[in-house]
Every structure is written in C-alpha cells, then in structure tokens.
Ligand binder design. Structure first.
Ligand SMILES: *Cc1c(COP(=O)(O)O)cnc(C)c1O
Length: 409
C-alpha cells in the first residue's frame, strides 16, 4: 500500500523547485546567438545577478555547476604554491579545499566542526599570526548545505580587516544566494561564487563568479590561467561568444532571466530574504517539537547559526535513511540525503536527513512536507514529540497576521 500519487514533491537542497514560468520561458526555439534578443537578455541577466548579490562589481558566467564556479574562482586567484586558508563548517568547505589542493594550492583548514558556524575571533587571531602575509585567500561557504550551518559573512569579513590582513576574501553562496541576506560590497567580499539551481530557481547548468578590483589585481599577477575559466575575456568581451568562451547557454539564460524578474522586480530582494526566514522558522518550529521527547534533533542547535535554505536533522542510526525511503516510496516526497558528515566524530549519512526549503515554495508545499515527515515518524515508530504541525502553523499564522474584519465594527 502506497499513497504516492498526485504531484511528487521534492524538498531537497538543490536543485530546488522550478517555477512553471521559468520552465515556460525556456520552452522556445533556438535563438539567434549573434545579435538581437539574446544579447539583451544576457545583459539583463548580468545586471540582475549583480543586484541579487548587492554588488556593483562584475560577474562572470559559466556553463557549469557549482563545482565549475569553485574552480573558476580558484583558477583566477590562486597560483600553485599559494597559501589558502579554508574555513570548514561541514562538507562543502572541504570540497572547495580539495579542489584548491588539486590546483596546487598550499591549503590550511580551519575546522569548526559539523554543527556550528565559524568563529570570527579565531579567524582574526590566525590572520594576526600570519605577519608575513603568506595566506593569499580566505575561503568560506555562507551556508554549508551538508550541516545546514550558516556563517556570518559580514563578521568574518570584519575579522579579516581587523587583523589588517590583505588576503582575498572568497565566499561560496551557492546554497544561500537569494535565500539569505548577502551584501558583497558592504561586507568586503572580494570573490563570490554561486550557481543557478538553488535560490535562483533555474535548472542546474550555470555557475557564476563575482570579482571586485582587488580580485582582478590578483588575477593579473598569475602567470598562467586556464583559458576557459579566465575572467579577462569573459568580463571584457569584444564579441558576444566571449561571455561564455563559446556557445551561450541560450535556454538557461531565458529561464534565469524570468527567475530574476520574479525575485527582483516582482517580489523584491528584502521580501525574498524575509520569506525564506519565515519558511525556515516554520521548519525549525516543527523540528524543535519533534526533538522534545524523541530521537530526532536539529543538527545546528543555535538558531543564529542556522541556514534559512536547508535544515539538517539527526536521527538514531539508520533512521534518517529509513525515513527518506518511506517518504519517497509511500508518500511521493523526496527528502535530502544525509551528506558527508560521516566520520569518526560525526554521524554517518543514514543517521541524518535534510529538508530543503529554498526557492519557489509556499506554505501548503512546506506544511505538506512537514506533515509527511510527521506521518513517517509515526509509521516507522521513530520516537518524536507530538504537535509539530501546530507549532509550524503557528509560525506562519503569526508571520502573516491580519485580523479578519467583523461586521460588529
Ligand atoms: C550545491 C552546492 C555546491 C555544489 O554545487 P554543484 O552545482 O552541485 O556543483 C557547492 N557549495 C554549496 C554551498 C552548495 O550548496
């Protein structure tokens, strides 16, 4: 017996739900790639991408996923032998670090564990120690999508400046752009990497690197740069194809153009951030109740250190995996797998699961996800506190409070 009918639901941290409008914008014939509409759409996408990151600096676009954007940033800023300090708060900082190592960087990890955010004071102290300024870049994620920890990017940037250290500050916003507040210029971020399939609601296939003049200065000192990833022609194209070092990702540009219009022109970025916070607090309210008497708990205990885009929950051994299987087979709900926190001191994947709540999501979708998880806990006999859905609906009700009018007045 399964109830997995109707529209399947994905609640994974990327790719996120794609709006029908974005899909429709992509459903078209192949455009002229030399002139006309596509060139104008590309310009609009570029300025939208800058607005969504709160920067006046330039953005390079790549046909590729987030990993491609990671490599693009490193290819333009890190020479073999350069020392790079990588902040680790889960799995994704490590992934970027491994890539830097493969490109010949001398990588130092600053590990903050798998259930909390990075401590700016520790970063400042380490940078003060580096009197010779050997560290050329500090790399961090804003949201670690595996642990669901969220770093305070403004505070980490302030720590770098307080130490008087000239290292480039590079931030991965792949999971958090257009979900969590991010202010590239105000927070002193030199390089930012992003991709289109999470907060930007577009099918996977585009990666972005943002770079300010400090980052460009470093680029100019490198002796050799991969010609595919090189910022120079992409940021100063004399012919349209140089924007992408070859054929443009035509249909993705139309899709992303529509998504950016929805986020920036129709909803507004402040509202987008506020919406993600309400949805996240709804998830946390349910999860905190489940945790009360049960085997479940939120991976990140401190609310201030939690992502608004994804929530990682810890369960008993194997229960995370069992719950995901149940949700998929019996209810048509795909939950995020427990990712990469396996290790001697961190739980294996099947004792974790993740709820993605980024992007194109509304209360019925989210309450459906939470209600299905709640039912799954019952069906599988996993001990949990009762009343999680009431707590979740309280958050939405309070956030959208508009007392109904009565005739009495
Ligand atoms: C998803 C993600 C990545 C990797 O992106 P891909 O498109 O899967 O290559 C990197 N960093 C973070 C923080 C992510 O959420």
């Amino acid at each position: 017996m399964s109830l997995a009918f109707g529209r399947p639901t994905r609640a994974i941290p990327g790719p996120s739900i794609i709006p029908d409008r974005v899909l429709k914008a992509m459903h078209r014939e192949a455009p002229n790639i030399y002139e006309g509409e596509l060139v104008a759409v590309t310009d609009a996408v570029r300025s939208g991408l800058k607005a969504v990151a709160r920067t006046t600096h330039d953005v390079a676009m790549y046909i590729g996923n987030g990993h491609a954007a990671w490599e693009a940033a490193l290819a333009n800023t890190v020479a073999p032998g350069d020392k790079v300090l990588v902040i680790v708060t889960g799995r994704f900082g490590l992934g970027w670090a491994e890539m830097a190592k493969a490109l010949g960087a001398d990588v130092e990890l600053m590990d903050f564990g798998t259930d909390c955010a990075a401590d700016p004071a520790r970063l400042e102290a380490r940078l003060r120690e580096d009197r010779a300024h050997e560290i050329t870049s500090v790399l961090t994620v804003q949201t670690d999508t595996a642990s669901s920890a969220n770093n305070d990017i403004a505070a980490l940037g302030a720590a770098i400046r307080a130490a008087g250290h000239p290292a480039l500050y590079q931030v991965d916003c792949i999971a958090s752009l257009a979900c969590e507040r991010f202010e590239m210029d105000a927070w002193g971020v030199d390089v930012m990497v992003a991709a289109c399939q999470k907060g930007l609601m577009t099918p996977p296939g585009l990666g972005f690197t943002y770079s300010n003049p400090r980052a460009m200065e470093k680029r100019k000192t490198l002796e050799r740069v991969s010609s595919y990833f090189d910022w120079m022609p992409r940021l100063n194209p004399s012919l349209y194809y140089q924007n992408f070092c070859g054929t443009a990702p035509t249909h993705h540009l139309y899709g992303l153009h529509e998504a950016l219009k929805m986020l920036l022109e129709e909803e507004g970025l402040e509202q987008v951030w506020a919406r993600h916070r309400i949805m996240a607090e709804t998830v946390w309210a349910a999860a905190e109740v489940w945790s009360e008497t049960g085997q479940l708990r939120l991976n990140v205990a401190d609310r201030a250190a939690r992502s608004v885009a994804v929530t990682t929950l810890r369960t008993g051994p194997d229960q995370g995996g069992q719950l995901r299987r149940w949700a998929e087979d019996e209810a048509g709900l795909t939950l995020g797998i427990g990712l990469g926190l396996d290790g001697a001191t961190t739980p294996p994947g099947d004792s974790l699961f993740r709820i993605g709540h980024m992007g194109h999501l509304n209360p019925p979708m989210l309450m459906g996800t939470l209600g299905t998880i709640d039912a799954g806990l019952k069906a599988l006999g996993i001990a949990h506190g009762g009343g999680a859905l009431r707590a979740a609906s309280d958050v939405i009700g309070k956030a959208l409070e508009t007392p109904a009018k009565t005739d009495a007045a």
